[in-house]
Design a protein around this ligand. Structure first.
Ligand code: ADP
Ligand code: MG
Length: 252
């Protein structure tokens, strides 16, 4: 599904992503763990087109996506969510989902009165999809709530909902469990598993080890901009190099 080859992204002399290569197989929930500052978020940003890679390539299926602008990568079926949710705070949940739908005629045909009917039909379809997504994520009750009034966990769900509006093949999730209360976390984990069983591939950054152990296989470990190792979750958990990396030891 996704192949990263020798990817490099540096900020001056700091190599946040330093020659990283891996593949995410279709149908998996691949985990990405590593201590703070390892380069995980920068890696996501570089894959999704937010940063231009300094070196290396990224392929989505057979298509080379590195160097493409974020909206093109998005249209090709790869979406990402943010570590810190970025909803439009003054919009409702419903509106936040609707504006995340891709290729809206309403924007492109803004002034063309002839397109009015098509715009209205498309808006109706987008609204229907948003309602389905909200039902799936159990957000129906807060559909008319402003995003800024939601809990951190609900905002994470809205982020996932916004990603789902485009019918993606592959979702990059940045810490879906961060700042989420335990009961909502169970719900989020369950929804991710359900989406995966419906065919969506995930690459997931997460610090909560229960979440990683429950959902992810394989698990990739990053430290200091590099891929340290990759393997099934139980092997990764018991690997001393991973513990060393988290304790700030020098990676073997
Ligand atoms: N925009 C930026 N400018 C300069 N340095 C950055 C920038 N973004 C991240 N970094 C640095 O790159 C390294 C990796 O950060 P990040 O990708 O956020 O790690 P992680 O998500 O694994 O915690 C850190 O040392 C961080 O300070
Ligand atoms: Mg991060």
């Amino acid at each position: 599904m996704l192949e990263v080859r020798h990817l490099v992204k540096h900020f001056g002399g700091l190599y946040a992503v330093d020659d990283v290569s891996f593949t995410v197989k279709t149908g998996t929930i691949t985990g990405l763990i590593g201590p703070n500052g390892a380069g995980k978020t920068t890696l996501f940003h570089t894959i999704a087109g937010g940063y231009r890679p300094d070196r290396g390539e990224v392929f989505l299926g057979p298509k080379r996506i590195s160097g493409l602008p974020p909206h093109r990568i998005f249209q090709l079926g790869l979406v990402r969510t943010f570590q810190i949710p970025k909803p439009f705070r003054e919009m409702t949940v419903l509106e936040n989902l609707m504006v995340a739908a891709p290729g809206q005629l309403g924007e492109r045909f803004w002034s063309a009165w002839v397109a009015g009917r098509r715009v209205r039909r498309q808006e109706r379809e987008i609204r229907e999809r948003a309602v389905q997504v909200m039902e799936f994520l159990n957000l129906g009750r807060v559909a008319q709530e402003l995003a800024k009034n939601l809990s951190g966990g609900q905002q994470k769900l809205v982020e996932i909902g916004r990603a789902l509006m485009s019918d993606p093949q592959c979702i990059l999730l940045d810490e879906p469990g961060a700042g989420v209360n335990p009961s909502l976390l169970v719900e989020i984990v369950d929804r991710i598993a359900e989406l995966n069983s419906r065919g969506i591939t995930f690459l997931l950054i997460e610090h909560n080890m229960d979440v990683v152990m429950n959902l992810c296989d394989p698990v990739l470990v990053m430290a200091q901009g590099r891929l340290l190792l990759e393997g099934p979750p139980d092997l990764v958990r018991s690997d001393s190099r991973v513990l060393d990396a988290y304790l700030g030891g020098t990676p073997a």
